[in-house]
Design a protein around this ligand. Structure first.
Ligand SMILES: C[S@@+](CC[C@H](N)C(=O)[O-])C[C@H]1O[C@@H](n2cnc3c(N)ncnc32)[C@H](O)[C@@H]1O
Length: 230
């Protein structure tokens, strides 16, 4: 199942092809997730599990500086290629490293993002603690996923073959609360009804009409974005 394992840890030529595909295919859910961020020109951002680097590029248009980190050298190389000009200008840096041991000082980032990656993180509570260490007090952690712990058979297959865990929003919010994050907000995009459900501290507060359907997947799985404050 080499193909599937490349989603969680891209390697070699196949990994490079999959990363390029993810840059394209994850665009709808990434843009939806990015909508929940208010990036200011002074912000220093870290994108963990940066994959093919396209979200670094998007955020660098509005931020002071964006760092990307990934434990796959293939991801690091493609992220560097995709952001070559921004790296030369000093606006982007991409490093190889694991979320469990981030190569940064304490309290340095205004925003930390995780697009389509928490499924693969080892010891998720410890990982969230490490994210919190590098966030400035008042800084925001954003998690965006193209599924919300679905029972849909494809997600079950992915869990098995990609060696991933499709957490639901309650689980992720609990891990965040256990790490003493504050102001936890959940946004769920219900593709079938075209609604956005907003939860504050786990409780549904509001249901709004959402944007038009973006892609095939949101017809049968719920998308999830969670924001939390250090
Ligand atoms: C499915 S890809 C998503 C890539 C990109 N964020 C996107 O939305 O297209 C998951 C990425 O997370 C990275 N990753 C998984 N576990 C990691 C960990 N423990 N530390 C750092 N990166 C990790 C993988 O190498 C891969 O590049």
């Amino acid at each position: 199942m080499v193909f599937f394992e490349n989603m969680g840890n891209p390697k070699g030529k196949l990994g490079n092809i999959i990363l390029k595909t993810m840059n394209k295919e994850h665009t709808p859910v990434s843009l939806w997730g990015l909508n929940h961020l208010d990036i200011s020109p002074e912000d220093v951002i870290l994108d963990i599990g940066c994959g093919g680097g396209i979200n670094i590029n998007r955020m660098a248009q509005s931020a002071k500086k964006v760092y990307g980190i990934d434990y796959s050298i293939e991801s690091v190389n493609l992220s560097r290629e995709v952001n070559r000009d921004l790296i030369l200008q000093g606006d982007v840096e991409v490093l190889e490293g694991n979320v469990l041991d981030l190569p940064f000082e304490d309290n340095v980032f205004d925003i930390v993002t995780a697009f389509e990656t928490v499924y693969f993180w080892p010891d998720i509570e410890k990982s969230f603690d490490e994210v919190k260490r590098v966030l400035k007090p008042g800084g925001m952690f954003l998690i965006s996923c193209e599924t919300n712990g679905s029972d849909f058979f494809l997600i079950k297959l992915f869990e098995r073959f990609m060696k991933m865990t499709a957490y639901d929003d309650d689980q992720l919010c609990q891990f965040l609360a256990n790490n003493d994050y504050k102001g936890i907000k959940t946004y769920l995009k219900e593709g079938k009804s075209n609604k956005k459900i907003i939860k504050i501290d786990g409780k549904a507060k509001k249901i709004e009409d959402d944007y038009d359907h973006f892609s095939f997947s949101d017809k049968f799985v719920q998308w999830m974005t969670i924001t939390a404050i250090k």
